[in-house]
Design a protein around this ligand. Structure first.
Ligand SMILES: [Zn+2]
Length: 203
């Protein structure tokens, strides 16, 4: 039968191990939401559809985050329609997670360009800032800033949650960039870096 002293040192070791694991990764799971899908095309111009770009960037982001040691959950992995409420209820099944929704923009004024990141509550503001900072540092795009918005997926997801608008499909130059797989890879890697930064500095 182990002595009380042995039991208490085992307990301490467990506490130290779980503390260090916890501080290495404040959250372990990233829920990746590729916007639109199926009959919901999202923005569209000159046969470029937002739903396809979103899914491609989401898949690249999934790969980068897995390599960094995160668990990932995709709200969709194919070109299918998923209701907004279903996206957040899928996300809310997980604990210790953050939520990132990937979108591209469109505007009537075709000269509109740049990247912006939205959040809803103050608990997600730093998350938005880390990701936006990485995107602007790596993409060479116009910085449209970090903004609040009452989007459904941000409102109904219980995790720290952001929605990225990664450029304008309605702008000829940015649309051209989006067609380049290397450009989409840099977007995905920048989002991943922002998530890693947020995870390290959250506490
Ligand atoms: Zn969209």
């Amino acid at each position: 039968m182990p002595s009380n002293r042995f039991l208490s040192s085992l307990f301490l070791l467990g506490a130290v191990l779980s503390f260090s694991a916890g501080s290495a990764l404040a959250f372990k799971t990233v829920i990746i939401d590729a916007g639109h899908g199926g009959r919901d095309l999202g923005a569209a111009d000159s046969y470029v559809y937002e739903k396809h770009i979103n899914l491609d960037v989401a898949r690249r982001l999934e790969r980068s985050l897995k390599e960094a040691g995160f668990k990932t959950v995709m709200t969709r992995t194919t070109d299918e329609f998923i209701a907004l409420s279903e996206r957040s209820s899928r996300a809310n099944r997980y604990r210790n997670a953050v939520f990132v929704s990937v979108h591209f923009n469109s505007a009537y004024r075709t000269s509109a360009v740049g990247i912006e990141t939205f959040y809803r509550t103050s608990s997600s503001e730093n998350f938005a800032r880390y990701v936006q900072t990485e995107l602007i540092a790596n993409m060479g795009s116009t910085d449209r800033g970090v903004k609040t918005a009452n989007f459904s997926v941000l409102r109904h997801t219980k995790h720290p949650a952001i929605l990225i608008e990664g450029g304008f499909i309605s702008n000829r130059t940015e649309r051209g960039q989006m067609m380049d797989p290397q450009f989409r890879q840099v977007i995905a890697d920048s989002i991943a870096r922002g998530i890693i930064q947020f995870n390290r500095r959250r506490f």
